[in-house]
Design a protein. Structure first.
Length: 338
C-alpha cells in the first residue's frame, strides 16, 4: 500500500503539481480543497498524467469535524499543507480574511492532526516572511519582517509550529519558504489557472501572449534595480513540487523541525521575464509601467544552499523552461480548465 498523504489545497496550482510528484515518488495523495481558487476539473488532468485520479474531498481546512472524519477513516501518514489565500494586494485590502484562512485554518488542521496522532507536516510558507531584506541572496537566518498581512499570516503559523515542536518533540515539521512559483507541467495538461484577474506575473504575461489581455501592467518602474522593475526569485512549479516530496522524505526519517528556502538562488526582473516569454512564445508582450503595488518590496531572491545540503534538492529548470512550459499550458488551455 502506498502511504497516504493529505494535501490541503491539492487542487490548486502548486498542490496539483505536488500530487504529480507524490505519485511519482510512490505516495497516494488525498486532496482536500474547497475549490475557492481552484477547479475540480484538474482531477481529470491529473488522472491522465498519473494514470489514476487522486482521491478528492471537497471541504475547508477550517472544518474540524471533516478533518476528524478524514483522519479517522483514512490511513493518513502525513500532511502537506497548501490551503490558504496568497495575494499580497488582497491581503492589504482585507487582512482579517487572510488571518482567518491562513492562520486559523492552520491551527484547526494541526489540532486535528494532534488528536489523530499524525505528526508529520510540510507547511507551505513564503519568502514574504523576510519582508524587505538587507541583501540577497537571503539565508534562512535573515531577519523576519514581513511587509504585508499575507507575509505576517505565514510567519504567525511558522512561529506557532515552532512552539508546537518545542512542546511535543514527536512532531516532524518542514517550513518551506519559497519564492515565486511559475511554469506548468511539461505535458501542458495542468498549470496556473487564476480565478478572475491574475495577481501574479506569469499568468498575466501568458494571457497577454495568447490574446486574452491587451497588455501587462508593470507595478513600479522606479525600484533601485537594474531596469527599475521588481526582482524576484522565480522557481519552476515542478521543482517546488519535488522539493516538497524531498522535505516529506526527510521528515519521515527523523523528528525535528527544519526551515528551508526553495528557490533558484537567482533574481530576475519583471522585464527579464517578459523578454524570456517573448523568446518562448514568439509573441511581443505589450506592457505599461504603473505605480508600485502596496506591500511589495524592490528585490529579493533566496539562498537555497541549505535545502540542497539537507534534502539533496535543487532547482533544475531555468527561466526559459519556466516560460516555455507556461506558454504550452496557456496555448492549449486559453481559458484554463473550462
Amino acid at each position: 500500500m502506498s502511504p497516504t498523504i493529505l494535501v490541503t489545497g491539492g487542487a490548486g496550482f502548486i498542490g496539483s503539481h505536488t500530487c504529480v510528484a507524490l505519485a511519482a515518488a510512490g505516495y497516494a495523495p488525498l486532496i482536500l480543497d474547497n475549490l475557492g481558487n481552484s477547479d475540480v476539473r484538474v482531477l481529470d488532468r491529473l488522472a491522465r498524467i498519473i494514470g489514476t485520479a487522486p482521491r478528492f474531498v471537497e471541504g475547508d481546512v477550517r472544518d474540524r469535524a471533516l478533518l476528524d472524519r478524514l483522519f479517522r477513516e483514512e490511513a493518513i501518514s502525513g500532511v502537506i499543507h497548501f490551503a490558504g489565500l496568497k495575494a499580497v494586494g488582497d491581503s492589504v485590502a482585507d487582512p482579517i480574511t487572510y488571518y482567518q484562512n491562513n492562520v486559523h485554518g492552520s491551527f484547526v488542521l494541526t489540532e486535528a492532526m494532534q488528536a489523530a496522532g499524525v505528526r508529520t507536516l510540510i507547511f507551505s510558507s513564503s519568502a514574504t516572511v523576510y519582508g524587505d531584506p538587507d541583501s540577497s541572496p537571503i539565508p534562512e537566518s535573515a531577519a523576519l519582517r514581513p511587509a504585508n498581512p499575507y507575509g505576517r499570516s505565514k510567519l504567525m503559523v511558522e512561529d506557532a509550529l515552532r512552539d508546537l515542536r518545542r512542546a511535543d518533540p514527536a512532531w516532524r515539521i518542514a517550513l518551506l519558504r519559497y519564492f515565486n512559483p511559475v511554469g506548468a507541467h511539461e505535458s501542458g495538461l495542468i498549470g496556473e489557472h487564476p480565478q478572475g484577474k491574475p495577481n501574479n506575473l506569469m499568468p498575466f504575461v501568458s494571457q497577454v501572449a495568447v490574446g486574452l489581455r491587451d497588455k501587462l501592467s508593470v507595478h513600479g518602474g522606479d525600484y533601485p534595480t537594474a531596469d527599475g522593475t521588481g526582482v524576484r526569485d522565480y522557481v519552476h512549479v515542478m521543482d517546488l513540487a519535488e522539493g516538497h516530496v524531498a522535505a516529506l522524505r526527510h521528515a519521515e526519517k527523523q523528528p525535528g523541525l527544519v526551515t528551508l528556502n526553495l528557490g533558484t538562488g537567482q533574481g530576475a526582473s519583471v522585464l527579464d521575464v517578459v523578454k524570456a516569454f517573448e523568446r518562448a512564445s514568439g509573441k511581443t508582450i505589450a506592457y505599461e509601467v504603473g505605480p508600485r503595488r502596496p506591500g511589495d518590496v524592490p528585490a529579493y531572491w533566496g539562498d537555497p544552499a541549505l535545502a540542497e545540503s539537507l534534502l539533496g534538492w535543487r532547482a533544475r529548470r531555468g527561466l526559459d523552461q519556466m516560460c516555455e512550459d507556461s506558454w504550452r499550458w496557456q496555448q492549449g488551455n486559453p481559458t484554463g480548465y473550462a
